[in-house]
Design a binder for this molecule. Structure first.
Ligand SMILES: Cc1ncc(COP(=O)(O)O)c(C=O)c1O
Length: 375
């Protein structure tokens, strides 16, 4: 059966990228690989819109999240963490795991962080060293106003290290790392970078580097400064994935960052408006362009929708934690184009009809087509 992967990571990998990774492996200490690594870092800087150093770890995205905590915070340090979903909750867990104090700003799932809440939390709690949050909270499909938050921090709290998990944002949504004062920006390979899982990327500002330099080290593998110094990997890099990343970053830059962001915006708009036309409700109050989280119709579990769609070959995602069975998530980040969305919406409509939800049958796909025709 032909399968269609529409989950927010892993995402589909283009043939060009797969082929580049299937070339014979080369040794990581050769000039050839050092050249590829150096070029890849430069390409990543352009996609992440930063002049800062970029480190590539052989790990999943959470490895870079852990590095951003273990390298920045000492035991007993205090940080604000934004918990508006499963991944925001993870920041709190990592901070606590390293013996630091997490002052958690908790939002209802689907809600977004407010700049004034962050400002008040820093004002009301002494000695905040860093703010940890997501750009796009994947569990709810929400995009936080990281631009406003970054600019507020720059103006009012310039010593606070601003750490942004952009794992489902970079390469899909216009995240301006330097302009928005992001000290540490994080992404992972299996999302908009169109690669298999296994790489985590992290940009690090001069300010963050100075903080890290002064810290008592409580890490070994996830050594940000050591990686920068080593240039092409302190340890054995994931050679084939780095070669693939080189290809995928070139594909993104060849398309043009603005075109890539516009493509994601259009796909997101069509998906959102299609499900609304079907009479369904979005979970997020500030939807991200990388994925769409939709509330399941009353009396229909999203688990049943997902299972039925899988039978037709289409993989979408369930809600996480307390949202399991209540929402479903359709991803459109990375290697996605208009026909992917049309296919997914039609299969969703057929599935909903089979499950007894036939209100507005055909309206979703009609709306998606109208949006694409208007382009
Ligand atoms: C926003 C966000 N943060 C963190 C992670 C964790 O990344 P990984 O599973 O690669 O460790 C994910 C993965 O879905 C994510 O979407």
């Amino acid at each position: 059966m032909k399968r269609y992967l529409m989950t927010p990571g892993p995402t589909p990998v283009p043939e060009e990228v797969t082929l580049s990774m299937s070339k014979p492996i080369i040794h990581h200490r050769t000039d050839e690989f050092k050249g590829i690594f150096k070029e890849t870092v430069e390409l990543a800087k352009r996609v992440m819109q930063t002049e800062n150093d970029v480190v590539i770890f052989a790990s999943s995205g959470s490895g870079a999240m852990e590095a951003a905590v273990s390298n920045v915070l000492n035991e007993g340090d205090r940080a604000i963490t934004v918990n508006a979903g499963k991944f925001g909750e993870r920041w709190g867990k990592i901070v606590k795991a390293f013996g630091a104090e997490a002052i958690e700003l908790t939002y209802e799932y689907g809600d977004f962080a407010k700049v004034e809440d962050i400002e008040n939390a820093i004002k009301n709690n002494k000695d905040i060293k860093a703010v940890y949050m997501q750009a796009s909270e994947t569990s709810t499909g929400t995009f936080h106003p990281i631009d406003e938050i970054g600019l507020m921090l720059k103006e009012k709290y310039p010593d606070v290290v601003f750490v942004v998990d952009g794992i489902t944002a970079y390469g899909a949504i216009d995240v301006k790392t330097d302009d928005w004062n992001i000290d540490i920006g994080i992404t992972g390979s299996q999302k908009a970078l169109m690669l298999p899982p296994g790489l985590a990327l992290l940009s690090v500002s001069e300010k963050a580097k100075n903080v890290i330099r002064k810290n008592k080290n409580r890490y070994f593998y996830f050594d940000i400064l050591g990686e920068i110094e080593a240039k092409a990997g302190k340890f054995t890099p994931a050679v084939s994935l780095v070669v693939g990343l080189n290809t995928s970053l070139k594909m993104i830059l060849d398309e043009g960052l603005d075109n890539v962001f516009k493509r994601h915006e259009t796909l997101a708009k069509a998906t959102r408006e299609a499900v609304v036309a079907l009479g369904l409700e979005l979970l997020s109050k500030r939807p991200a362009n990388s994925l769409t989280a939709v509330k399941s119709p009353e009396n229909i579990s999203s688990t049943d929708i997902i299972t039925k769609m899988k039978e037709l070959g289409v993989d979408i995602s369930n809600g996480q934690g307390s949202l399991k069975g209540k929402i479903f998530r359709i991803a459109h980040l990375g290697y996605f184009y208009k026909p992917d969305i049309l296919m997914c919406i039609s299969v969703l409509e057929m599935t909903l009809k089979k499950l007894g939800y036939s209100a507005k049958f055909g309206e979703g796909i009609k709306r998606a087509m109208e949006i694409f025709l208007d382009e």
